[in-house]
Design a binder for this molecule. Structure first.
Ligand code: G6P
Length: 455
């Protein structure tokens, strides 16, 4: 790779405020890109997560941070509204009805313009502007119109929906034109790339194929590049005596004779948390004599709590947990251990190591990094992954027990199969998945994307 400077543009900055200062946010994207940006004197443009004025640009951990302000009203209309009330459900197969409001669309355009203008100030001719995710789909064309002369890349972290679903959006042409401002558009999967190509030809008048589109006299390259994690650091953490000890303590606390099933998700309706709990309840109904031998641990990480759909989902899940515990648990010994909150990395690693079965059942997911984190953490080659076929990760983690998350009986069968799986078979499957995530880590992903951008 050459040393072209890169300006990364994402809704969120890779830092968050703690006390009077800033700390780096956890996450694969940040850990993969931080060294590259640091090496190339790059900048990161994004929102601090707080409404109101933005601080002046500053350097954190060797990377220039350029905060973009978002007002209280824009938080409502751009972030909670158009991003997460329109685009998020629409792009996830309209699992919840997307809402279309003109008073959400206008702030989406305005905030995208603000990001594009900030990017234009930070990036120079022949450098690379790399725009990320559904919040900023108009930025590529806006940046091109500002005639900076940089190469423009765009990466979509979530699925691009089938054309029949995408077609509902009143501003479909504007969104496509926004994206087509990029030189390279990258998706998690081949399906996303194909869906986009069809939509661009149907609604934006683009010509070409699923690999290359011609639009307004330019060529737009389409790529699929499944994102991944920093595999080695997950494995290294799982090997530390501290995490091993925590995992042992967890097993003791939960009851060492019990089989543990684990779910870890942002509390989002796309993740299928309710379905997996109902599938677990079905297991208990079918095998009541084994109920006291099983424990389901669900960690739900708070997210977008100001959106009604999310608040409702939380209530529904907590009721379900209460119902299962009321029937199968006893005081001090719940059958479902549920927590609403985040986990520090060492504790998460201990959960991954301690569990017998990991249950990842999204109804639709761009990738799902929890599935990859689990595999990377199983340095002992033990454990079983039950994985939705509608997660991008299902294409790579083929040795998981794959399920249709809409089929409660099917998920229940898979959970039972996982509980009873032969140890040698477990090891065979886990070893194969571990080879996959070792080879295809987030650093390989970043290299692949940046090579396509000529970096
Ligand atoms: C998904 C999206 C990201 C987003 C994250 C957390 O992974 O692809 O763009 O940052 O969810 O959601 P939030 O709304 O808190 O940024």
């Amino acid at each position: 790779m050459s040393e072209t400077r890169i300006v990364l543009i994402a809704n969120r900055l890779p830092v968050r405020r703690v006390g009077g200062g800033w700390e780096t946010s956890p996450g694969g994207l940040v850990s993969a890109l931080a060294p590259i940006l640091r090496e190339r004197a790059g900048s990161w443009i994004g929102w601090t997560g707080e409404a109101g004025d933005a601080p002046a640009p500053f350097v954190h951990d060797g990377i220039e941070q350029r905060p973009v302000p978002i007002t209280e009203q824009e938080l409502e209309d751009y972030y909670l509204g158009f991003c997460n009330g329109t685009l998020w459900p629409l792009y996830h197969d309209a699992i919840r009805p997307p809402e279309f409001h003109r008073h959400w669309w206008r702030p989406y355009v305005e905030v995208n313009r603000r990001f594009a203008e900030e990017a234009a100030r930070a990036v120079r001719h022949a450098e690379i502007a790399w725009v990320h995710d559904y919040q900023l789909q108009l930025v590529p064309a806006m940046l091109r119109d500002l005639r900076v002369g940089c190469t423009i890349g765009f990466y979509l972290h979530i699925p691009f929906p089938p054309v029949e679903v995408f077609a509902r959006m009143p501003w479909r042409r504007q969104v496509l034109e926004g994206l087509l401002g990029a030189d390279v558009l990258a998706f998690q999967t081949r399906l996303g790339r194909h869906n986009f190509s069809r939509a661009a030809r149907r609604f934006a008048g683009a010509g070409g194929t699923t690999r290359e589109l011609s639009f307004r006299g330019r060529t737009v390259h389409l790529q699929d590049a499944p994102i991944s994690i920093d595999t080695q650091s997950y494995a290294a953490l799982a090997r530390t005596p501290e995490v091993q000890e925590r995992a042992r303590r967890l097993t003791d606390q939960l009851g060492s004779h019990r089989t543990m099933i684990l779910g870890v998700d942002r509390l989002d309706y796309t993740k299928g948390i309710d379905i997996r709990l109902r599938a677990f309840e079905t297991v208990l109904q079918r095998h009541p004599d084994r109920a006291s031998d099983l424990v389901f641990v669900q960690v739900a990480v708070p997210s977008r709590e100001d959106i009604d759909e999310y608040a409702q989902m939380r209530t529904d899940i907590e009721q379900l947990v209460g119902r299962i515990n009321g029937t199968y648990g006893r005081p001090g010994r719940p059958t479902v251990e549920y927590s609403y909150g985040g986990l520090p990395p060492e504790q998460l690693a201990a959960y991954y190591l301690a569990t017998d079965v990991m249950c990842v059942t999204p109804l639709r997911d761009g990738m799902n990094l929890v599935a990859k984190e689990y595999v990377a953490s199983r340095v002992d080659n033990d454990g079983v992954l039950v994985l939705s076929e509608f997660a991008g990760a299902a294409l790579e983690l083929r040795q998981a027990l794959q399920v249709n998350p809409y089929d409660v009986d099917g998920v229940s069968d898979a959970l039972w199969q996982a509980v009873e799986l032969d140890p040698a078979e477990k090891r065979r499957r886990m070893a194969a998945m571990r080879r996959q995530v070792a080879r295809h880590d987030v650093f390989a992903w970043a290299r692949r994307c940046l090579e396509a951008l000529g970096a």
